[in-house]
Design a protein around this ligand. Structure first.
Ligand code: MG
Length: 261
């Protein structure tokens, strides 16, 4: 029988990959993804990592399968061609231009934002090529407060997105996230939302864990409560197993015995 899944979008850290497990990506999950790819499905790793960091993570994990697309830093798209991943030029150029405009504006706020956080928390604050303002806090509770402050601060600026993953936070343009990157790739592949599977574990995954983009939603057992709730209320699958083991169960659930041979 034909697989109902044409496109898979998996977060990397904590969803596909668990650093402290050996192997970090379960073998049977790799095999299942490989089978789906041989049947014509396309696979995206949709991550907050940048290209060198993801390449290193995949190499260290000795993965037997390769994604067809990468969505990196929650915004840029790369396409698998031969031995390399090449940028999807029109999307990435538009993404760069919109961020450049946004970041000129945000740089004017950096000192005020830094002062507010410094007065209250022992946090690390820096800027990099992906965001003029990045924060790492010592605890999740500290980051909860920082996130609320920043979301409040930019409430009237609809183009500013506060992107949080665990104790890490940065800014991006509202129009570029894991969800809009997934939609762009789905249009290239010709996959409809009901043929699209998406799995993630943290807050930066919420934009792609939406039935607007993917009808088959999944979260592993280690996902944060907000992600599990969002997946549940959209009739998705919350696995009893963590990390890639949970993604495997979710795929089996949605395949329902189809598409695996
Ligand atoms: Mg994650």
């Amino acid at each position: 029988m034909k697989s109902p899944i044409k496109l898979l979008s998996t977060d990397f850290d904590g969803t596909l990959h668990a650093e402290f497990e050996d192997p970090p990506v379960p073998v049977r999950l790799q095999e299942l993804i490989g089978q789906l790819q041989r049947q014509g499905a396309k696979w995206i790793i949709n991550t907050g990592r940048d290209l060198p960091s993801l390449m290193e993570g995949m190499a260290r994990a000795r993965m037997s399968v390769k994604p067809d697309y990468l969505a990196l830093v929650e915004r840029e798209i790369y396409v698998h061609e031969g031995s390399q991943y090449v940028p999807l030029a029109d999307w990435n150029a538009r993404c760069d231009a919109r961020h450049a405009e946004l970041f000129v504006r945000l740089r004017g706020d950096v000192e005020e934002l830094r002062a507010w956080i410094d007065q209250r928390f022992d946090a690390t604050i820096y800027g990099d090529m992906w965001s003029p303002f990045c924060v790492i806090t010592k605890t999740l509770e500290d980051m909860d407060a920082v996130q609320v402050f920043l979301e409040d601060y930019y409430q009237a600026a609809p183009d500013v997105a506060v992107v949080r993953n665990d104790v890490y936070l940065r800014f991006s343009h509202r129009d570029f996230n894991k969800g809009t990157a997934l939609a762009r790739i789905a249009s290239l592949v010709g996959a409809r939302p009901e043929e699209t599977f998406a799995a993630g574990d943290h807050l930066n995954d919420l934009p792609m864990l939406s039935r607007e983009f993917a009808g088959l939603l999944a979260a592993p057992a280690n996902a944060v409560p907000a992600v599990k709730n969002s997946v549940r209320v959209q009739s998705g699958f919350v696995a009893e197993e963590p990390f890639g083991h949970g993604v495997f169960s979710a795929l089996e659930h949605f395949l329902g015995g189809r598409g695996v041979h």
